[in-house]
Design a protein around this ligand. Structure first.
Ligand code: GLA
Length: 726
């Protein structure tokens, strides 16, 4: 049993960790432990010591001046009961007051996982895990907060969510409603977070936490390139393979906030969920509000252990559909090969050359529909531009299928250009605040996906296309941030629900289409990795990692993304040299080594590369197919960091049974009179023998003695070493 209630203690236990809460004498739900596994009757509240502190208020019902919620660790912090730290919930009551004082009411432990209507969430029917619901109630306002917890024992994963119910006869306005709070008594944490920009997402940054707050957020309506909804609370001495850390992510794709705060007595609090500045929600009598899921794992074996838990849980218990564990076709995408300048013949030429070299699918990117000759018009007109293509989509698909290749196409379903039939006929479909023109992003505007009729209209156009040609893949793009929002469907007092309802609308359409077309593989994209989050990974087995295809820059992007997200879900392609984003020249083989650190493909016209390079493609495809399962199901090891001074970036994949591995090394800088570079593989069976480049040694020897990298012959050279148990 993974959840046990013992008197006033509730303890959640996973394979290696425990999470404990305690209902205290006043009825508040305290958080007493998250860390190494303990017994469920071991009351960890002994670590809390109360003290009469100035300016730390005491609840009216106690005479004890040393009891203050201002310093007590809590499961769900609120405002108005003496706690001035980051709160999870803010409500405006009907009388204008804003106190929420939540006390324990009841709890229930059940088999299986809770459901979150309309929201993506982890699932574990097969594992039969348990879940917990704790009801907290504010008797005065009638707010019931249901704290939901799920446990995936074998991967040390705990999920949380919240349902807020208005049990009163009044109308309540929820101003802030977050998904989770984690209070740690012993502070001294650092925060690892992943910032970025378009074409350079998820840069690793490790910041000390100081007294006060460090806030990470997106107000863009998407999870964004700029900040990612995943962070790690780490002890100062935690490394890749040593020390304590908690990895924390939101299963959500819209505006979010993650607040971390070190309080006056050096305790650390993390709260996270929907961004409150983009949010207010009218809760009428009897209404409920369901919040996005949060997921976290505690590791005492450094970042690596945390990553392995996340990767296993995400690919086995979050991602759905037949493509998650199936071979995904190696594809060639025409975007960087042609941009908007193509017709069906050109596409077919790219496809046939690719086919002759072993590639399995062609993806026709932006520009096949409407009057889409450039990026100023056409979005929303989802009918095939046969004039431009010189063919119907059905004919093109047949031609491509005839050479035994699959065809995929690009969509940007959430968008609209003013210069479209869609806009001329349905200007109200577009998000535009009355009497304001709004801001453009890439000349485009966003559709009001809070409206079901708008989503249905777009769905019908897409269905017509998908039902008329053999399309086996969709790249679902999203190329701007939301700015000023408005919906004719929402009453003025409910306009604060827009951002949340937009994301629900998006999930609704994604859910409908992925259910209707289980045989179509969906790839997510938002100008590359602008919506690279667990919400999207629930619908898309993979996401285009970044619009930056430069192999050397990708080392950082892939490194940062790998902390939480399985590398098999990262779309990674070999592109042309000089690279289109950076103008850097890199060896052809290095581009393949890096692209094999993800879901492999090509993004250039292979008719235009040399015969030698074409031959290399054949070999690369063969190599990738050999390691396909390893890349998607194996354990991932970050052996060195691209941010370190080391001259190389190295990573390793190892099959679960430790029999096959792939060790990849990319040289980032060269030096004269070079010194040796040692690469230390990890995770091998110590006493088994492994062959790496024709040399056979014991696992332990490889891991402690390392592999001596051969002499470097050129800048940005790369190596792929197979690790094989013999
Ligand atoms: C975005 C995507 C690219 C490409 C273009 C097409 O930027 O990330 O891969 O699809 O749009 O307009």
């Amino acid at each position: 049993m993974s959840i046990k209630a013992n008197k006033n203690l509730i303890t959640i236990t996973t394979k290696n960790t425990s999470y404990q809460m305690k209902i205290d004498e006043l009825g508040y739900l305290l958080h007493t432990w998250y860390g190494e596994r303990i017994e469920d009757n071991e009351d960890m509240s002994y670590r809390i010591s109360n003290m009469d502190r100035g300016f730390c208020g005491n609840p009216y019902e106690t005479m004890d001046r040393s009891y203050s919620l201002d310093v007590l660790p809590q499961e769900y912090s609120t405002f108005g009961n003496g706690d001035y730290r980051a709160d999870c919930i803010q409500v405006i009551n009907q009388d204008g007051t804003n106190v929420v004082d939540l006390k324990y009411d009841s709890h229930k432990i059940s088999k299986g996982k809770y459901e979150l209507k309309g929201l993506p969430a982890f699932f574990w029917e097969k594992e039969g895990g348990e879940s917990l619901k704790v009801n907290l109630i504010d008797k005065v306002s009638g707010i019931r907060v249901e704290l939901l917890y799920g446990v995936l024992e074998k991967y040390d994963i705990i999920t949380r969510s919240v349902r807020i119910v208005n049990t009163s006869d009044n109308v309540l306005k929820i101003k802030k409603a977050l998904s989770a709070c984690i209070d740690m008594l012993d502070g001294d944490f650092e925060l690892v977070h992943f910032h970025g920009k378009h074409a350079m997402e998820r840069e690793f940054e490790r910041s000390p936490l100081a007294h006060g707050k460090l806030v990470l957020e997106s107000k863009r309506g998407t999870s964004s390139h700029q900040q990612n909804p995943f962070v790690i609370l780490a002890k100062k001495d935690t490394t890749e393979i040593y020390g304590e850390c908690i990895g924390f992510a939101l299963v959500y794709s819209g505006s979010f906030i993650i607040e971390t705060e070190v309080d006056q007595v050096n305790q650390t609090r993390l709260v996270a969920g929907l961004h409150p500045e983009q949010f207010s929600y009218v809760l009428k009598a009897g209404d409920e509000l369901v919040l996005p899921e949060a997921v976290f794992t505690y590791s005492n074996g450094g970042f690596e252990k945390m990553t392995h838990s996340f990767h296993d849980a995400v690919r086995n218990n979050l991602q759905r559909g037949e493509f998650v564990h199936k071979h995904r076709p190696i594809l060639i995408n025409n975007w960087e090969a042609t941009y908007f300048d193509f017709d069906a013949d050109k596409i077919f030429d790219i496809a046939s050359k690719a086919k002759s070299l072993g590639i399995e699918m062609l993806v026709m990117d932006d520009g096949w529909f409407g009057e889409r000759y450039d990026d100023t018009k056409g979005l929303g007109d989802w009918y095939v531009n046969e004039k431009k293509l010189g063919s119907s989509l059905k004919e093109l698909a047949e031609r491509i299928n005839a050479i035994d290749m699959k065809l995929g196409i690009w969509f940007e379903p959430e968008m609209i250009n003013e210069d479209t039939k869609l806009y001329r006929e349905h200007p109200d479909f577009m998000i535009r605040v009355p009497n304001r023109k709004g801001t453009k992003g890439r000349e485009q505007f966003v559709l009001d996906f809070t409206r079901k009729d708008v989503r249905d209209y777009i769905r019908d156009m897409m269905v017509k296309i998908l039902d008329n040609a053999n399309i086996e893949y969709i790249k679902w793009d999203m190329n701007r941030s939301l700015s000023a929002v408005y919906s004719s469907n929402l009453a003025a007092e409910s306009m604060g629900e827009f951002h949340y309802r937009y994301v629900l609308g998006l999930y609704d359409l994604l859910g409908e289409l992925t259910r209707k077309y289980p045989n179509i593989m969906f790839e997510g994209c938002s100008g590359g990795g602008g919506r690279y989050d667990l919400g999207m990974l629930y619908y898309h087995p993979q996401i285009w990692l970044s619009d930056d295809t430069d192999a050397i820059e990708r080392l950082k992007i892939q490194y940062g993304s790998s902390f939480a997200y399985p590398i098999g879900s990262a779309g990674a392609h070999v592109s042309a040299s000089p690279n289109h984003q950076t103008m850097r020249k890199t060896p052809f083989e290095t581009r393949a080594t890096v692209a094999m650190g993800g879901t492999f493909g090509y993004e250039l016209d292979l008719n235009k590369v040399s015969k030698t390079e074409q031959k290399m493609v054949k070999a690369q495809v063969k190599d990738y197919l050999k390691y396909d399962e390893l890349i998607h199901e194996g354990d991932y090891y970050r052996l060195t960091s691209p941010y370190d001074k080391s001259r190389v970036t190295a990573w390793q994949l190892l099959s679960k049974d430790k029999s096959l591995g792939l060790l990849s090394v990319v040289v980032q800088s060269v030096e004269a009179n070079e010194s040796n570079i040692y690469i230390y593989p990890r995770g091998l069976d110590e006493n088994a023998y492994y062959k790496i480049v024709e040399e056979k040694r014991r696992g332990k020897v490889w891991m402690s003695g390392g592999l001596v990298l051969p002499r470097i012959k050129e800048e940005y050279e790369s190596f792929r070493f197979e690790i094989k148990r013999v």
